[in-house]
Design a binder for this molecule. Sequence first.
Ligand code: FAD
Length: 333
Amino acid sequence: MGSRRNRGSISGLASSKRSFVSRQPPHVSFEFFPPKTPAGWDKLKETAARLAEFEPDFTSVTFGAGGSGNVRTLEACLAVRSVMDADVVPHLSCIGQTRDMIEAHLEEYKNAGFTRILALRGDVPDVPPDAKIDAPSTEPAFPPDGFRYASELVEFIKSRGHFHILVGCYPEGHPEATSLQTDIDNFIRKIEAGADAAVTQYFFNNAGYFHFVNEVRRRGLDTPIVVGLMPVWPYEQVARFSEKCGADVPLWIKKRMEGYQDDPKSQFEFAVEVAVTQSEELLRNGAPGIHFYTLNRPEAIVRICEHLRGQRVESVPSDDIGFGDVEIPASLS
Ligand code: FAD
C-alpha cells in the first residue's frame, strides 16, 4: 500500500458558513436518522434544534440500505438544516444500487446544496433486494454495474468532483474483516481512492482508537479520524446492536448496567458518565472531534456536551429517561 499525505485536513470538514476550526472546542458533531412516523419527524427537528446550541462542526444523516433510502435521507437533511446552522452531511451507501441510482442520489444532494458526503458500502440487509442479485442469498446484493466496496464508491464520487468525502472506519475491526491489519489496508484503500476524512464506528475502548490512528499515521496518512460515539443508552438495545456491529462492550460496563436493571435513571446517569470520561480522554489525546450517534434523542447528548463544555449540568427529569414508544433506528429495534 503506497503512502500518501492526505489532502483533507481538519479544516477540510469546514462548513461554507463557518469553518470547522473557528468553532470553539470541544469539537462535536451529531448523527441523526430519517424517521418513519410523523412523531419521529417532530422528534428529529426538536432534537436538532435542541443540540444546535453546541455549535456542531457538522451533522450527518444515515441512509437506509437497499436503494430507496435517500428520499428520507434528503428530507431529513433538509429538516436538520432548517433548524441548525451547521453543515449537513448525507450518508450514501452503495449496497443494492446501480451506478445510475448512485448518480441520481449524488445529483439530488448536489442540487440541494450539500457539498459533503459520507460514502459507505452499507450493511448487508437481512432480506436482500430481490432485483439484480448476482450473488448467493447469503451474500449482499451487488448489481453488476454497482460497487462491491466503499472504496469503489469513493473513487466514483471523486471522479465526479464536487463532494468532500468522508468514510467509515473500525478501530476494533469491521465484523467481516479477516484481521485488523486487512481492515486497516481496506480503510487505507478508501483514502487512496479519494476520501478526505473518516468517522469511526462507535467503541468503548479508547486504546483501540489510539492504536488504529497510530497505525494509520505510521503508514503515512494524516487523514482526520473523527470519533463516532454512542452513549451506552438505552443499554439493552445498544448491547444487542454492539454484538452485531462488532463493538466490544467491556465487562465492567455490562456488570454495572445489569446491576441497574430496574433503575433506568441510574443506567442513564452511568451512560452519561462513561461517555463524558471517554470523550474527555479522546479529545485530550488528539481526537479531532466527537461525532455523537444521537438516535434522534437529545437528553444524553445534551448532558454529555454540557459536561464537555464545563457548563452547569441540569438534572434530567425521570419522565424524560427511557425511550418509551419513541421511534429508534430499525437497526437497534
Ligand atoms: P467497506 O469499507 O466496503 O468495508 C466492508 C468490508 O469489506 C470490511 O470488512 C472491509 O475490510 C472489507 N473490504 C473492503 N474493501 C475490500 C477489498 N477490496 N477486498 C476485500 N475486502 C474488502 N450503514 C448504513 O446502511 N447506512 C448508514 O447511514 C451507515 N452509516 C454509517 C456511519 C459510520 C460512521 C459507520 C462507521 C458505519 C455506518 N454504516 C451505515 C454501517 C456500514 O454501512 C457497515 O458497517 C458496512 O457493513 C460496511 O460499510 P463500509 O463503508 O465500512 O464498507
